[in-house]
Design a protein around this ligand. Structure first.
Ligand SMILES: NC(=O)c1ccc[n+]([C@@H]2O[C@H](COP(=O)([O-])OP(=O)(O)OC[C@H]3O[C@@H](n4cnc5c(N)ncnc54)[C@H](OP(=O)(O)O)[C@@H]3O)[C@@H](O)[C@H]2O)c1
Length: 330
């Protein structure tokens, strides 16, 4: 059987110039393997950093793009522990999901509820757990507590708003442009602020004397410090991304006089440390929410694999209305 993969064989600063669709012959299926038709796979900022070489872990070259996605089993060989042909499955992290078809060990595939929106389910592995874990693990938050985040119109930002609301946690949502405000409100946010020098004053006018306990930064540069100035004494600021391409800048005055802590979060590290039960529980919870439509991300456009270069170029541009998603077989 022939498959088309979106491959790259070198790294460089302009991702869309590196990737191209390549036709390959798949080898015969081995016992314990499943052949999967890929239904959908998003293009995330981490995919772009993998092309440029700036990500925390890099696959050997040549590589197929795509870290996460959703597939349908079309063939199995040997003992596959109950995995059925036709099952909708979550693909394993880092599998090179920008392919029309993949051959994978059946035990690496996680069956998901049938009948749900495949594009929404394809984004389950990376951004929803990032949002949930940052809300759960960094500060013991109670209903009514305040959290501030920037990049609030990102997919992670949208999931975080929805998950915080469920728990009664109040969010302050910072975007870098006024044109993003309406979309964040649609995701359920009450407070949306455009970033700027006077952000701390505008936040103080909303929260009064109540402390903002957690700041969540995916931008870096001076945006990090602007969030820091919004936190209450002893607050925790977590950086989990660098959308500005700049290092986090923060004055020693924030650390010393206001006792703030700046720390990082990387989902890959959680995956390495969490035991199988913890992973199962987290994904069972999130899969249910995404499958039911209770948790979703905005999608800007869907592309077939022949247009992988356009898709990657579009994903690298700012000011999108949501994710660029590859549906390789459409
Ligand atoms: N640490 C982890 O484990 C982990 C896991 C998942 C995601 N992440 C990180 O989380 C962040 C969001 O990911 P996502 O998939 O949710 O993103 P996304 O949906 O693709 O959205 C990208 C966001 O970045 C903003 N942005 C783009 N260029 C920017 C710039 N130059 N300065 C400031 N903001 C800019 C966009 O704002 P505009 O719409 O205004 O362009 C948008 O809010 C990324 O940094 C990603 O790498 C980290």
């Amino acid at each position: 059987m022939r498959a088309i993969r979106a491959q790259y064989s070198r790294r460089g600063p302009v991702p869309e110039t590196l990737i191209e669709p390549v036709e390959v012959e798949l080898p015969p299926l081995q016992p314990g393997e499943a052949r999967v038709e890929v239904l959908a796979a998003p293009i995330n900022p981490s995919d772009l950093l993998t092309f440029t070489g700036e990500y925390g872990s890099l696959p050997p070259l040549p590589a197929t793009g795509g870290n996460e996605g959703l597939g349908r089993v079309i063939e199995v060989a040997g003992d596959v522990d109950g995995l059925q042909v036709g099952a909708t499955v979550l693909l394993p992290v880092g599998c090179g999901s920008w392919s029309t078809h993949l051959q994978l060990p059946a035990r690496a595939l996680v069956p998901l509820p049938e009948g749900a929106d495949p594009v929404q389910l394809s984004m389950l592995t990376v951004n929803p757990p990032t949002a949930l874990l940052m809300l759960r693990q960094l500060v013991p938050l109670q209903a009514g507590d305040w959290v501030i985040q920037n990049g609030a119109n990102s997919a992670v930002g949208g999931y975080l708003i929805q998950l915080a609301r469920e728990r009664g946690i109040r969010t302050l949502n910072v975007v870098r442009r006024a044109s993003a405000v309406a979309a964040v409100r649609e995701a359920g946010a009450e407070h949306v602020l455009v970033d700027g020098e006077d952000l701390p004053e505008r936040v103080a006018a909303i929260v009064g004397k109540e402390p903002v306990r957690l700041g969540i930064d995916c931008v870096g540069g001076l945006a990090t410090e602007r969030l820091a100035h919004c936190l209450g004494e002893g607050g925790i600021l977590v950086n989990y991304g660098a959308m500005s391409g700049e290092r986090c800048m923060i004055s020693p005055r924030c650390f010393v006089f206001r006792d703030l802590t700046l720390r990082g979060f990387w989902l890959a590290q959680w995956f390495r440390r969490a035991n199988p039960e913890a992973r199962y529980e987290l994904f069972a919870e999130l899969a249910g929410k995404v499958a039911s439509g209770a948790l979703r991300a905005r999608v800007h456009a869907v592309f077939g694999i022949a247009r992988i270069r356009d898709a990657v170029a579009a994903a690298a541009r700012g000011e999108r209305h949501g994710k660029m998603v590859l549906c390789p077989n459409v």
